[in-house]
Design a protein around this ligand. Structure first.
Ligand code: GDP
Length: 454
């Protein structure tokens, strides 16, 4: 019998209410020791999906009002008996309730243990469980939508269609190979090829969308670069809506890299506001400049900021040079001032140019559009199934490779039992994606990345 676990399901901060979740065979019995309904009804006499108002107790003394919500297995998040106690959301009260629940016999839940139990009890597959994690960490509208679809089973359904085809195909081939004398209808080579090609096409579509999905759900590693005083910190502040970088009119203020995640419309940018790129004799500043160049080389997006109220100087030319061949948007800043910059060079080297006034908060939408076009996600459709992480991508790409090998095998006329080995390997990869054949290590690894209480 699995132990009954408990944890705080809401965040560790002061809030209106805090919820303590208890799950396991003794959940209701344990909750009855901590919670007493005002009308005296014990929770153990309640049906599932029933709430009671009452008080929570520690050492016989009540210390808060609470609502207890009872779920009966299998109709709960974990598939076990679950009680959720909602108390006032002070950190002390929430912790005290949790302590009382532990004293009554529950043990602390590990990170992700509620969702792991939901998976083990067949309430969701691994891809859906990963959707839960993605949804919790989603920082923007598209990320939330795509993660919710994952949780609802969009990827699992697509994978299971491919699996059905492959398993049927593999079973027919195995029967034909194992019982050659029986009257088993021959699996036509063309039918076999068609099934394999359709499966490969479905998987290839998922792989193709992976990068776009990752941009939308995981955010974009972005470097803001530009000469000192171009307005990088101001741009970063405009995007983050807070004074994170120090803005001054003295050149070279931003010496190190400031990291911050901000929302640009539907996108999330993980910004690094770097030192300005320039020739410098100052050792500390040179280190900052070196870091800025490294950051430019590793970033998925570069916002190259230019000061439109000044003519281009050597630092700007150095920046233009360093941007060549990289995913850059030229951000021409300070459009509220009189323009002195000669735009012809910028127009020659940058496909995407956006005009903004960071100080006046102007140009965000144009910047969003330019960034989306540059990254190729302007038509991203969050209602389509996407692969949420590297693990899922690896399973699909391995399965895809096995299917391609099988298609080649059919073309070369190799024996059905050899082709079947490749199809079975593809099936194993897809079953490991949904968790039907995932190793304990993989499962533990996935859930260890969840927060406690989820
Ligand atoms: P950085 O060195 O590139 O990070 O530049 P800062 O963001 O520190 O900005 C340098 C100076 O330019 C500050 O005095 C800002 O207030 C000013 N500045 C930045 N953006 C704008 C803008 O759009 N318009 C105007 N008029 N001034 C700006």
């Amino acid at each position: 019998m699995a132990k009954t676990i408990a944890a705080v399901a809401t965040g560790n901060s002061v809030s209106g209410i805090g919820i303590i979740r208890i799950s396991g065979d003794n959940a209701i019995e344990i909750a009855d020791k901590v919670f007493k309904a005002v009308d005296g009804t014990p929770l153990s006499s309640l049906k599932g999906y029933t709430a009671k108002f009452g008080n929570v107790y520690c050492d016989g003394e009540s210390f808060d009002n609470a609502v207890a919500l009872v779920f009966r297995n299998p109709k709960s998040y974990t598939g076990e008996d679950v009680v959720e106690l909602s108390v006032h959301g002070g950190i002390f009260i929430v912790e005290k309730t949790l302590e009382a629940v532990f004293s009554a016999g529950a043990v602390p839940a590990q990170a992700g243990e509620f969702t792991k139990r939901a998976f083990l009890n067949g309430k969701m597959d691994l891809a859906q469980a990963e959707g839960v994690a993605a949804l919790i960490s989603a920082q923007g509208q598209e990320a939330a939508k795509a993660s919710f679809n994952l949780l609802q089973g969009s990827l699992s359904n697509k994978i299971s269609q491919v699996l059905d085809e492959l398993i049927n195909c593999s079973a027919s081939m195995a029967a034909w190979v194992d019982y050659p004398d029986e009257e088993i209808p021959d699996l036509e080579e063309n039918t076999l090829k068609e099934i394999l090609e359709n499966s490969a096409a479905s998987l290839s579509e998922l792989l193709k969308n992976y990068e776009n999905g990752a941009v939308m759900t995981q955010g974009v590693d972005t470097a803001i670069v530009g000469r000192p005083n171009a307005g990088k910190s101001t741009l970063m502040n405009m995007l983050s809506g807070a004074q994170k970088s120090i803005v001054t009119h003295i050149e070279g203020t931003t010496r190190d890299i400031v990291e911050n995640s901000v929302r640009l419309g539907n996108l999330v940018l993980h910004l690094s506001d770097t030192a300005g790129i320039r020739e410098s004799d100052d050792i500390v500043e040179s280190i900052g400049i070196k870091k800025a160049i490294d950051k430019m080389n590793s970033a998925s997006l570069i916002l190259a900021v230019f000061d439109s109220s000044d003519t281009l100087n050597d630092d700007d030319r150095m920046l233009i040079e360093s941007c060549k061949g990289k995913p850059c948007v030229a951000v021409v800043n300070k459009t509220d001032l009189q323009r002195k910059i000669d735009l012809s060079q910028i127009k020659t080297y940058f496909d995407k140019i956006v005009y903004i006034s960071a100080k006046n908060n102007e140009g965000t939408q144009e910047l969003e559009q330019a960034v989306k076009e540059l990254l190729g996600v302007e038509n991203f459709d969050s209602s389509q199934p996407i692969l949420a992480n590297q693990r899922q991508k690896l399973c699909v790409s391995n399965a895809y490779n096995y299917i391609c090998q099988a298609i080649d095998g059919v073309q070369m006329g190799i024996t059905y039992d050899a082709i079947n080995v490749m199809i079975d390997s593809a099936v194993d990869e897809l079953l490991s994606l949904t968790g039907k054949k995932a190793t304990e290590e993989v499962v533990n690894n996935i859930f260890s990345r969840f927060c406690v209480g989820k």
